[in-house]
Ligand binder design. Structure first.
Ligand SMILES: C[S@@+](CC[C@H](N)C(=O)[O-])C[C@H]1O[C@@H](n2cnc3c(N)ncnc32)[C@H](O)[C@@H]1O
Length: 300
C-alpha cells in the first residue's frame, strides 16, 4: 500500500516522522473503539453486558473501550446509541475542555457529532451545546447522531463557522475540530493519502486560522478553547496555533493525559513557531496504536 503513496506525500511525511515504525503503523489495520454513552445507560451496566466484545480501556477516556467485533453495526446497543463508534484519539478534545453541566458550549465544526454527543454527555444533558457545520449532507448525520444518543441540549446551526465572529465573549468553552487533510486517518482509508497535495494543506491552513480566531473571539475570558485535527501536517497544526498565539492574548496550556505523544514542532521546513507550541500534542499512530491526531488546549 505505501508503495502507492504519491512521492510528494511520502517526502512530506518523511520530514514529519522518518521512523520505520511510523510508516509500518500507517499500513496496519486500525483497532476499533467505542465510547459508552452514559446519557443512555450506566457505565458499569454496559461494560458488564458487553464484556464479551469490549477489550482494553482507552487510557485517556473513562468511557472509551477498544472493541473486538467485526460486525459492529449489528449490536443492538450501537443501534440504540448506548455505545458510539469513535476513534480513541478523537475522544481527547471533550476530555480536556473542562466541561460542566449548565455551560454554554460551541462546537464550531460539529458533524457527524462524535464530539458533540460526548460534550453533551459530560454536561449531563444540562446547559446548551451549539453544534454547527457548514454542509447540509453533514448536518443530516449530525441530527441523526444527536437524536440516537439522546442529546437534549443541542442547538444545531448550519453556516460557515467564520460567521460566528459576531458572538463575542459568549461561550463558556469552544471546540474547533477543524476540517483538515485527514492524513492521520490513512489507516482507516487510504483515499486520504491519494487525495493529498500541498495546495490542499495551504488552503486548509488559511481556513483553519480563520476558524480558530473565530472560536477564540466567541469564547468568554477564562474559558477553554480546544483546537484539534486528524492530520500530521504542520501547516494545519502548529502553524495555526502559532497564528492564534501571535495575534491574540490566548495562552496555551499543557495537556496532562495518560497518552504517548510528542511535543508540537517549533521548526519545520525553514519556518519557526513560538516555543509555546511545544505544549500541543502530536500523536502519531505507532505511539499508542491509534490514528494520527493533533490537539492544543488554549485559554482566553
Ligand atoms: C473533522 S470534521 C468534524 C468532526 C466532528 N467534530 C466529530 O467529532 O464528529 C470537520 C467538519 O468541519 C466542517 N466544515 C468545513 N468547513 C467549515 C466551515 N467553514 N465552517 C464550519 N464547519 C466547516 C466539515 O463539514 C466537517 O464536518
Amino acid at each position: 500500500m505505501l508503495e502507492d503513496l504519491n512521492p510528494a506525500l511520502f517526502e512530506r511525511l518523511s520530514k514529519i516522522d522518518r521512523s520505520k515504525e511510523f510508516f509500518e503503523f500507517l499500513e496496519k489495520p486500525l483497532r476499533k473503539s467505542v465510547r459508552i454513552n452514559t446519557l443512555k445507560a450506566d457505565l458499569d451496566y454496559v461494560v458488564n453486558r458487553l464484556s464479551g466484545i469490549l477489550e482494553e480501556k482507552v487510557p485517556w477516556c473513562g468511557e472509551g473501550y477498544y472493541i473486538n467485533t467485526e460486525n459492529f453495526s449489528a449490536i443492538p446497543e450501537h443501534q440504540l446509541g448506548v455505545i458510539f463508534s469513535q476513534s480513541s484519539v478523537s475522544m481527547i478534545p471533550p476530555v480536556i475542555m473542562e466541561l460542566k453541566p449548565g455551560m454554554l458550549v460551541l462546537d464550531l465544526c460539529a458533524s457527524p457529532g462524535a464530539k458533540t454527543t460526548q460534550i453533551a454527555q459530560y454536561m449531563n444533558n444540562e446547559g446548551c451545546v451549539v453544534a454547527n457545520d457548514v454542509k447540509i449532507e453533514r448536518i443530516n448525520m449530525l441530527v441523526s447522531n444527536i437524536q440516537k444518543c439522546g442529546v437534549l441540549i443541542a442547538k444545531i446551526t448550519m453556516m460557515d463557522g467564520r460567521r460566528f465572529a459576531r458572538f463575542e465573549n459568549r461561550f463558556d468553552a469552544v471546540l474547533v475540530d477543524a476540517p483538515c487533510s485527514n492524513l492521520g486517518m490513512i489507516r482507516r482509508s487510504f483515499s486520504h493519502a491519494k487525495s493529498w497535495n500541498i495546495k490542499m494543506s495551504l488552503d486548509l491552513s488559511k481556513l483553519q486560522k480563520e476558524l480558530l480566531m473565530t472560536g477564540y473571539r466567541c469564547l468568554k475570558p477564562g474559558g477553554v478553547l480546544v483546537y484539534s485535527t486528524c492530520t500530521f501536517e504542520p501547516l494545519e497544526n502548529e502553524e495555526v496555533v502559532d497564528f492564534l498565539l501571535r495575534n491574540s492574548e490566548a495562552e496555551i496550556e499543557k495537556i496532562d493525559l495518560p497518552i504517548k505523544a510528542i511535543e508540537g514542532f517549533t521548526e519545520f521546513e525553514g519556518k519557526s513557531y513560538l516555543g509555546e507550541v511545544r505544549r500541543c500534542l502530536r500523536i502519531h499512530p505507532q505511539m499508542n496504536d491509534t490514528e494520527g491526531f493533533f490537539v492544543a488546549k488554549l485559554r482566553k
